[in-house]
Design a protein around this ligand. Structure first.
Ligand code: HEM
Length: 502
């Protein structure tokens, strides 16, 4: 007989199993019902698992996203792979979220490969205070003379080598930021810093459109080994940014120790602050963020203007007539002429509307779940202000597709589109701190160029009208004929450029 006794089955494991199954059923039911009861904003249809998130083709997405406005309205939602992106297609929606709900929508997404844009928090607030003080409307008045000097140098360089106008415009914008931020002379800036800044900015503009790298949409990919291509790119990108920020900052500190530092925003802050390691860190990164953000946006606007003038000679003529009448021909324009030049101001507004240099603004990230217009917006959603759709909203007397500075000169505001001053520089708490400096730069570079040069198509008449599709959108290289309007203007340029002190 068998000595193996039959044991009585223990009922507990079966009960555990039953409990686990019931729990799983409850969880699945809850998830399914909560998903059904949660209303997300509308968006294109999705596929299983990946949803519709891969519909966002990052490069040059603004035109497609603007078309979606006709189908889905002000809010277009993309989701899948654990991520969500909300595109805001109207100023009303942008104001409702970025301004009225600023504590939820002032954070930045983390762009893995390029720029560690500061999250909304204590460090950002400290840097922001420093930037505001240094770049307030009254503080930027002291840079007028530097900006006028750089405009004169820009004219001289274009006059000497007109085919290189792209490079000259870029240099003028970057030199300004380097002078204001670090007090570096044009020669030092040119020889030591600008080429590295160009390479870095190129990397940033390519990679900062949300989703430019799949790892921004798939957070777990950030933990892949360092030999994975985008991880290598990320390490390289962060190294480039660190060099961009550290080199000129150390330059100022060295010059201060030697007693030869020129006046600058960084020197001012270093002199006024109690410089423990933490404050040094804040000043260094605040200065670096101005340097990184300030050059490319300004030169894109000026290049857009040159292109617009090649395409619209009648508008150039009107601006020149006004400049000749108001400024006269005995001198070059000054920033103080701005208030007396309505046509030139209208033309600059139109350039900003015709080709917004940041067509998708700079993305934000929600830091809490929210409900807007009855739709749920999950925490961590990347929120994109599609300013392109505001620029091309059919409003006012003229079609948005035309280049018409006159649209800004009609007497009734109701007949105008939404003013670029209200959306070009961003919104609410994260509005561009360089706005006042930038408005002056754009004004003086453009009005000086228009006052001194004739701008027309190249000899073969072929003008390339294509634009970079990264975060900052500027014209791709095009040819044009740029020459002083007269021998007297040429002499004036030479004379004024020789007097510059930058
Ligand atoms: C035409 C020229 C310029 C345009 C169109 C422009 C536009 C913008 C926009 C749209 C933003 C994002 C704001 C938001 O998220 O709501 C921004 C941010 C920023 N801009 Fe500008 N900008 C220009 C020039 C400058 C200049 C000259 C500087 C510095 C001297 C500068 C420094 C910055 C900085 C530091 C940020 C980041 C602010 C933050 O994240 O809190 N910008 N700019």
């Amino acid at each position: 007989m068998s000595i193996i006794a039959q044991s009585t089955p223990d009922p507990m494991p079966a009960l555990y199993l039953l409990g686990a199954v019931l729990c799983a059923v409850a969880i699945v039911y809850r998830l399914a019902t909560s998903r059904l009861s949660t209303r997300y904003p509308p968006g294109p249809p999705g596929k299983p698992l990946v949803g519709n998130i891969l519909d966002v083709e990052p490069q040059g997405a603004w035109t497609k996203l603007t078309k979606y406005k006709e189908i889905y309205g002000d809010l277009v939602y993309f989701h899948g792979l654990g991520n969500s992106i909300l595109v805001l297609n109207s100023l009303e929606a942008i104001t409702d979220l970025f301004e009225k709900k600023a504590s939820t929508y002032s954070d930045r997404p983390w762009f893995t490969v390029s720029m560690p844009l500061l999250p909304y928090g204590a460090e950002w607030r400290t840097q922001r205070k420093l930037a505001h003080a240094a770049l307030s409307p009254s503080a930027v008045r002291k840079y007028h003379i530097v900006q006028e000097d750089l405009a004169a140098l820009l004219c001289k360089e274009i006059m000497d080598t007109p085919n290189d106008f792209f490079v000259h415009v870029r240099m003028a914008a970057e030199r300004l930021v380097l002078i204001v931020t670090y007090g570096l002379s044009v020669n030092t800036a040119d020889s030591q810093y600008i080429s590295h800044a160009d390479a870095t900015m190129h990397m940033i503009t390519k990679n900062t459109v949300p989703g430019a790298f799949l790892c921004d949409l798939l957070p777990w990919m950030k933990h892949l080994p360092s030999w994975v291509p985008f991880q290598r790119e990320a390490t390289r990108g962060r190294g480039m940014i660190d060099t961009l920020v550290t080199m000129p900052f150390e330059h100022v500190k060295r010059d201060m120790d030697a007693g030869i530092a020129q006046p600058s925003l960084t020197r001012e802050l270093l002199e006024s602050a109690d410089c423990d390691a933490n404050t040094l860190h804040h000043i260094k990164w605040m200065a670096g963020s101005l340097y990184g953000a300030g050059g490319e946006t300004t030169y894109s606007t000026v290049l857009n203007c040159i292109l617009a003038m090649v395409l619209h000679p009648d508008k150039l003529k009107k601006a020149q007539d006004e400049l000749d009448r108001v400024v006269g021909t005995a001198r070059m324009p000054l920033i103080s002429d701005k208030a007396d030049l309505p046509y030139v101001n209208a033309l600059i507004k139109e350039i900003m509307r015709w080709r917004p240099v940041l067509p998708l603004g700079l993305a934000r990230c929600s830091n809490a779940e929210d409900v807007y217009r009855g739709y749920t917006i999950p925490k961590g959603t990347i929120v994109i202000p599609n300013v392109w759709s505001i620029a091309f909203e059919p409003r006012g007397l003229y079609s948005p597709d035309l280049f018409e500075p006159e649209r800004w000169l009609v007497s009734d505001k109701e007949d105008m589109p939404l003013d670029p001053a209200d959306w070009t520089f961003g919104f609410a708490r994260r509005i561009c701190p360089g706005k006042h400096l930038a408005e002056n730069s754009v004004f003086i570079f453009i009005s000086t160029l228009l006052a001194m040069f004739d701008i027309s198509p190249p000899k073969d008449g072929q003008v390339r009208v294509e634009f970079e599709k990264g975060m900052v959108s500027y014209p791709l290289p095009f040819e044009c004929t740029l020459g002083p309007r007269s021998e007297a203007k040429a002499a004036q340029i030479r004379e004024r450029a020789a007097q510059t002190t930058v």
